[in-house]
Design a protein around this ligand. Structure first.
Ligand SMILES: [Fe+2]
Length: 169
């Protein structure tokens, strides 16, 4: 039995706020990719899916004169740091096992090189698959952040993924 399900996370108002900001459809797609990759590489699929779901919850939208400014974003973005912190806080609040919460937070912290000065960090297998899961769902020009999904469909996808995870456990 897990302490926290994906549905517990999904239904929390903090998760709703940030997952909708950076794209709920993308978050769910990455959770599914992370589950499959985790299974393939014999990793903890619960941790993988949770990190996938929450990986972008640190996003902030950078605007200049009412328009998204990609240069400004690249210069100032720290979404993996903020995401790791927000996800950790939320997971602990929901009663997640602290070791799991830390592992998930670190996978979020290292899910991209975009905010780092160099591309030479060495990832654990779990951190690597979360990065791949994100890349699998990426679209040109950041369009994956704008794909939409209805709340009920999103909820059903989350419930189904929870069932798959339970079956693996
Ligand atoms: Fe992403």
């Amino acid at each position: 039995m897990r302490d926290v399900t994906l549905l517990n996370i999904f239904e929390h108002h903090i998760a709703q706020k940030y997952l909708n900001r950076s794209g709920l459809a993308h978050a769910i797609a990455v959770a599914y990719h992370a589950f499959h990759l985790g299974k393939k590489h014999q990793l903890d699929v619960d941790i993988a899916a949770k990190a996938g779901l929450l990986h972008d919850m640190g996003h902030y939208t950078w605007y200049k004169n009412g328009k998204w400014d990609y240069e400004l974003y690249k210069q100032n973005d720290i979404h993996p740091i903020k995401g790791a912190e927000r996800a950790h806080k939320l997971l602990i609040r929901l009663g997640e096992n602290p070791i799991k919460a830390k592992t998930i937070a670190l996978a979020i912290l290292f899910h991209t090189d975009s905010f780092l000065p160099s591309n030479d960090i060495v990832r654990t297998p779990l951190q690597q698959i979360v990065k791949w899961a994100d890349e699998r769902d990426e679209e040109e020009g950041g369009m994956h952040h704008y794909r939409t999904i209805e709340y009920d469909r999103a909820k059903q996808s989350i419930i189904r993924l929870d069932q798959w995870i339970e079956r693996e456990g």
